[in-house]
Design a protein around this ligand. Sequence first.
Ligand code: NAP
Length: 269
Amino acid sequence: MAFLKKLAFIGAGNMSEALIQGILRASLLKADEIIASDVSQDRAAYIQQKTGVAVLPENTQAVKQAETIILAVKPQAMNGVLEELAKLLSPDQLIISIAAGIKTETIEKQIGINKPVIRVMPNTPAMVGCSATAICKGKYASDEHLQWAVKIFEAVGYVAVVNENLMDTVTALSGSGPAYIFTVIESLIDAGVELGLTRDIASGLTIQTVKGAARMMEETKEHPAILKNRVTSPGGTTAAGLHALEKNGLRHAMIEAVTAAKNRAKELG
Ligand SMILES: NC(=O)c1ccc[n+]([C@@H]2O[C@H](COP(=O)([O-])OP(=O)(O)OC[C@H]3O[C@@H](n4cnc5c(N)ncnc54)[C@H](OP(=O)(O)O)[C@@H]3O)[C@@H](O)[C@H]2O)c1
């Protein structure tokens, strides 16, 4: 891989923390091959102490030392950061933005021509090394840039490469997805409690059921309908439960949720 100089994180918040930890855990880079910067001194000290990565107070200092720069500030802080860094950046440096909703074209326009930009949408399970991440490349990024970005984000989970016009859909599906699943989990726990289980037991059984179902899909590679049919015996309990789910429109509700989130992402973008 041609990218030998440091990897810089601009903004050392939650997502950077998860990524740095994942990269170190996966031995993709060593702590001294990573650098970060953050406006908050407390945050800088915390990340430095927790990961061994140097966190500087100046974004410009971090950028000068890096070949790959991950922009990990909130979307509303991106404009200021891009203005600050634009003149410093060269076409030899790869910019990776994880800011939700900000297009590669917007970044390219702000930092000037011919500079490679990659846009990434991870999700919160990155914090536990289990992110679902989508990646797309801008006009000036090469396939090699893309492969390097994929490697970085594979350190915290699954990565899919998509066209940028699908990023709002990704935001609506996997970006917002953990919130949908948390709601499903909460509902199942509440049902268990209503029907006599303690909250602890209902919670343990539900979490393991969701994890187990996801793992079965991952390992068997079967269509979910096949796996569902296998646990649905004629006239049995699961068939009765599934009938109630269909009657109450779970499938429709999920499709509407993702569609509404996509429309909202488009509006905000
Ligand atoms: N968390 C997620 O699940 C998730 C998922 C997908 C995408 N993202 C994207 O990831 C990005 C980071 O999210 P996050 O959750 O990690 O946010 P975060 O925890 O707020 O981290 C951002 C960090 O950057 C610092 N900062 C603010 N302005 C700065 C500047 N001008 N220069 C340097 N540092 C600056 C912040 O300090 P202060 O707090 O003092 O302002 C904070 O420590 C966002 O753009 C978000 O859209 C996050």
